[in-house]
Design a protein around this ligand. Structure first.
Ligand code: FES
Length: 170
């Protein structure tokens, strides 16, 4: 029933699902039912919200809150928020969250001249912003960058994808 006070969307698209989002969604829904809140709070699965590297992600309306990196341990605090308690600040993500701001600054630098550059240059730039190879691999896995073999024996290249450019507006 949609005429609820809050609508909670749990991203269960592939990247978040790989990190346990289906279980999260199921447990959250159960907890809402167990507390008799299901007439007021609707929990739905949803497709990607393009924050795939920091999922699982949950969006709460009308609060307009995004929780990222949610684990089962976080559910009691999220349920408390849904029941009228405070927003769970440690999980909140928005464009001005320091970690998101730092990723923005890196991607802004990475596309400053053009979205594709030799991989060693990209890795060096990432390191200068405090990001290591594991972080780069995660960005690639989640579709924010794409690697290609270099043309004619040249170095491999890394392209910042539209997914990253749209997210960071760069
Ligand atoms: S898969 Fe959940 S944000 Fe992309």
């Amino acid at each position: 029933m949609y005429w609820t006070k809050k609508h909670v969307l749990v991203c269960t698209a592939s990247h978040c699902a790989q990190k346990g989002a289906m279980t999260l969604a199921g447990r959250l829904r159960l907890e809402i039912i167990r507390r008799g809140l299901d007439a007021e709070i609707l929990v739905n699965n949803c497709g990607t919200i393009d924050l795939c590297d920091i999922g699982p992600n949950i969006v709460v309306y009308p609060d307009n809150v995004i929780y990222s990196g949610v684990t089962l341990k976080d559910l009691p605090d999220i349920v408390a928020h849904l029941e009228g308690g405070p927003v769970v600040e440690r999980l909140v993500l928005n464009a001005t969250t320091p970690a998101e701001r730092a990723r923005h600054d890196f991607y802004a630098a990475a596309v400053a001249s053009e979205p594709t550059r030799p991989a060693p240059e990209f890795v060096e730039l990432a390191a200068a912003h405090g990001y290591d190879e594991a972080w780069i691999a995660e960005q690639q896995r989640r579709g924010f960058i794409a690697r290609k073999p270099g043309a004619e024996g040249g170095p491999e290249t890394i392209t910042v994808t539209k997914k990253a450019r749209d997210r960071y507006r760069v």
